[in-house]
Design a binder for this molecule. Sequence first.
Ligand code: PLP
Length: 394
Amino acid sequence: MPGFEWFGDEERKEVQDVLDTGVLFRYGFDQARQGQWKAISLEAEIVDKMKVSHALLCSSGTAALSISLAACGIGAGDEVIVPPFTFIATIEAVLNAGAVPIFADIDETLCLSPTAVKGALTPRTRAVLPVHMCGGMARIDEIKALCVQEGLVLIEDACQAVGGTFQGKALGTFGDMGCFSFDAVKTITCGEGGAVVTNNPDRYSTAHAFSDHGHDHVGNDRGLESHPILGLNFRISELNAAVGLAQIRKLDRILATQRKNKQILKEAMADLPGVSFRSLPDEQGDSATFLSFLLPDEAKTRQAVDRLGKEGVDGCFYWYANNWHYYKQWNHLKNLHSAAKLPITLMPDRPDYSRLSLEASDRIMQRMVSMQIKLGWSEEDINVRIDKILRSLA
Ligand SMILES: *Cc1c(COP(=O)(O)O)cnc(C)c1O
């Protein structure tokens, strides 16, 4: 997920524009900023690229999740269905909203299974929060149909799938709100940053206000604005937005390069006995930040991971055991360890996360390895890599 690989003169120029004016704040200072509006410009480019009505930049992907939950009215005691395979931020945002994460299994898309979501519904379910993991996509059409049928809010965590599409439509634009991350290791980076997108003008206004202490952003004197709601500060700075502006202009090339490199590896591995690939509801829309594959059983997978490591194939992730993107490693969640007492501890009938067990997800994750796709590989690099992979998995 390596926009940082292509950090260059374009990013430096955009940042220099901001430094030349000294206006690092996204609002106001109309005269001093000499026409430089980096956050607003990047929002316009996101709207254009994702074919969505509204985009709001914010300070991180985690902030985007918190803003989306707030803007969709998800709060105290509301149940939100989430997957067990995600970056912990998804779960943290739900807990910090005072809501209750309810885990449902993933399927071979590596994302929430629509059937499992159905099975997790209760009268308190208010929202479904699928995560488009590892650059690919959930069965978002089926999940959306279910949400419409059940009257549930749909928030997409597309933090890892910037630029991905399903049947030509941008991931993140199917739900009531979609979340993107532009942190240091995502497909495009702002250094730190994120965005929410939506086609709903009311949700956009609430999101905009919530992300900036409830400011209604009406008029041209910030000091005189009204504050209809309480909020927080999840604003992005102009410096970060400037980096993102240069990066989003590289997004198409980044995607094309990832897709080409991934395809070469995938073809080279296609005939390996016992190797199958992650299921992609629309392969063309895969943002191709990873090539994820499955082996026949856990023992063979552990052995393969070991061999890949010994051969020096870098960027391989065995999430099941070696990484904190899977619930097995979330001891802080299991014990509800936070800096201070979480709202959920006030609920006597809350789920007991220490007993969390998702066997269908385990059976997939035990056999699954993801390989990161880099932009900077030469043809030679890829050939050497393929030799090593074939030796490791033979
Ligand atoms: C990176 C990520 C986030 C959080 O984004 P930050 O910008 O790092 O806060 C949330 N969800 C997923 C799935 C992510 O990969």
